[in-house]
Design a binder for this molecule. Structure first.
Ligand code: 5AD
Ligand code: SF4
Length: 439
């Protein structure tokens, strides 16, 4: 039996897809990348913006068309749209067999069986409070020998930023015991993993019993054989000095952080319910850069939030400039059902949102280009993970998050180098990667 999954959205969703393959493999399903040969075809959906919701719905609609063929394929939607829409999916997209929200993946094999046997539809939604499936770790074998892995430390979010649908679709905050996290990290390292990315919707607000996020990072730093740690996504208001001080102090903690700003105006930040002011955000950036000058700081920005004036938007550009970001994702505000912001008039016209987005892009591209150009001549530690851009090259990730390709030394191919940490001197900058020579 074969399983196809089309994944949208964040790293949390990508990790969930890996767990879904694990769960289904134990029930006898092999992975396929061709939906036409699937016995079960799933969309792992995202709904963070309206565009993501549309993509999930149209992809699910496409998969449902597989049913016209001889094969008795079961089609389901999982992920954030599954929680958001529940059984409404069955009228929205007739022919879909089941809906399963993120806390229900352990039940997938039974669900597929039931739907196939009864020829009926089923919707599993809602959140569990510490049930067995709660923090299902991915199988170490499923890493497939990759030196990179994700580990979930918390799920859900209680922050309730006014624009954000995540608390509605991912439920309340639940943190995992530090012992379990460290145990999973050890098992992954034993299976060949060198770099772990900790996952949580508000990862740096982690707390379980006596252990806060700083304590968790300190414990993970001591796992023998673990070379690198990263985490997504932190909230600026939980970037305490004790946490920023870990950069440059913990050998495993990579010099890169994705720290969503969202807006540069205090009035907009207040309307977004972000609970920090622009100066406080910049103070965190300052602390990070002072303690760790090589750190790469990337961010998320939303333009055209309800009521955002030209002057308020200009403050976003100003903060971008002052923070000297190393990269950014920027988005037009998109009203999400059930969020507090959805009750406000979405009053910045579409063309104006586009104009503001272009201005943010322009600034960010310049900052990013200048920073990347400044890396030429630097020696970066690269963790080899993939084939390179050109023949004979291998590629990997530097601690600052940049992809670096270089000629494999000694004529070794990827097989001989995967998981190795290699010092690489940067010689050229390409749009999506750096190029260098091993030193
Ligand atoms: N509209 C636009 N962008 C949003 N994001 C989250 N919700 C919305 C929304 N309603 C952006 C934020 C967040 C990123 C994952 O998506 O910038 O950090
Ligand atoms: Fe999308 Fe947010 Fe769900 Fe991730 S948690 S898949 S970003 S809606």
């Amino acid at each position: 039996m074969k399983l196809f999954v089309k994944t949208f959205g964040c790293q949390m969703n990508a990790h969930d897809t890996a767990r879904i393959f694990d769960i289904m493999r134990r029930a006898g399903y092999a992975r396929t990348d061709d939906p036409r040969e699937a016995d079960v075809a799933l969309v792992n959906s995202c709904t963070v913006r309206e565009k993501a919701w549309h993509k999930a719905i149209s992809e699910t609609g496409r998969l449902r068309l597989l049913k016209g063929r001889a094969r008795d394929v079961v089609v389901g939607i999982v992920g954030c749209v599954a929680e958001q829409e529940g059984a409404r999916i069955f009228s929205l997209i007739p022919g879909v067999d089941f809906v399963a929200a993120p806390d229900h993946y352990a039940a997938l094999p039974a669900l597929v069986e039931e739907v196939r046997r009864e020829r009926s539809t089923r919707a599993l939604t809602g959140f569990d409070e510490g049930a067995a499936g709660d923090f299902l770790a991915a199988d170490t074998s499923s890493a497939g020998g990759s030196p990179l892995a994700f580990v979930t430390v918390m799920k859900g979010c209680d922050e309730r930023c006014a624009y954000c649908i995540v608390p509605t679709v991912r439920g309340p905050e639940r943190c995992r015991p530090a012992e379990d996290i460290v145990e999973e990290a050890r098992a992954l390292v034993a299976a060949g993993v060198r770099e772990i990315t900790l996952l949580g919707q508000k990862v740096n607000a982690y707390r379980h019993g006596q252990a806060d996020f700083v304590a968790l990072l300190e414990r993970l730093d001591e796992v023998p054989g673990l070379a690198r740690l990263r985490f997504v996504s932190p909230h600026p208001r939980h970037m305490a000095p004790e946490l920023t001080a870990l950069y440059g102090r913990l050998a495993t903690l990579c010099e890169s952080i994705h720290l969503p700003l969202q807006a540069g105006s205090d009035a907009v930040l207040a309307r977004m319910r972000r609970r920090y002011r622009a100066e406080e955000y910049l103070e965190v950036v300052d602390r990070l850069r002072r303690g760790c000058p090589s750190i790469a700081i990337t961010t998320d920005v939303i333009v055209g939030y309800p009521g955002e004036t030209e002057a308020e938007f200009a403050q976003t550009l100003e903060v971008i400039e002052r923070a000297r970001f190393n990269g950014a994702f920027s988005f037009k505000y998109s009203p999400r059902p059930g969020t507090p912001a959805a009750k406000l008039a979405d009053d910045v016209p579409a063309e104006e949102k586009s104009r503001r987005l272009d201005l943010v892009h322009e600034r960010m591209e310049r900052l990013e280009r200048e920073w990347r150009a400044s890396l030429v001549g630097a020696v970066l530690e690269v963790l080899v993970v993939q084939e390179g851009r050109l023949d004979g090259q291998v590629g990997g990730r530097a601690r600052n998050g940049q992809i670096v390709n270089f000629l494999a030394p000694g004529g070794k191919g990827l097989a001989g180098l995967e998981g190795a940490l290699v010092g690489v001197k940067v010689t050229a900058v390409h749009p999506h990667s750096l190029e260098g020579v091993a030193v």
